[in-house]
Design a protein. Sequence first.
Length: 252
Amino acid sequence: MAKALVIFASESDQAVFRPLIDGLKKENISYEFHICSVHRNPEGLDPLLKGDYSYVISGAGLSAALPGSIASKITKPVFGIPCKGNYEGLDAMLSIMQMPPGIPVLGVGVNRFESVFSAAQKLQKPFFEINLVSESHSRAMEKAEAVLREFEIIFKKSDAIEQNAINIEFVQLDEDIPEKDALVIYCPLLLEEDDRAEAALNVLNQSAHGLWVGLNNGVSAALAAIELMNLDGKYSSRIEMFRESLKHKKKK
């Protein structure tokens, strides 16, 4: 059975982590809980990450650096919950979702612990398939395909969500996105000429459900899906090698 390591940045976030923990208890999902601020107590984080766990659930507000810091140190899935503070939590949400390619955090909407809890329920069984969902071709999808091929993972491409697969859905920010009863990673798409600050409000409004990576970030979407398949550690060494290779690639 998968075990969750739950780390929040502050006791002040208990309106989010208390119901999350109650849900994990109710579903008999094994977990370990800690408070650790990456700013106030940075030396306290590394020892926590050496424990026995399958994935991390992390929450923070304001600059919300904790989930991203954790993701940079491990090859296991990291779920990031932005906690509401200033700007209705927009600052925390963007900090969590907008990670560099190859260091994914599966972000959710502001205070939306329910989305992470839903994913934790689904991860009680292993996943062996990845399904790319899109109505049209995009550069982000192309990059996701390249990553999956590099890991020699056979994947599907379709226009529909599959219940028993890890789905990566490439979505336009101005579309209404219906909730699905499946494991879905959303990769938002935006043309360069439309990349304005106001577009971030669409993510704030659309992220009421599901897991999200950063804008046009097909690399992180694919790597996050691989990490969700990696609860047994099968791909850990290859993920580390892939991340190392990114250090020597020029941004395109």
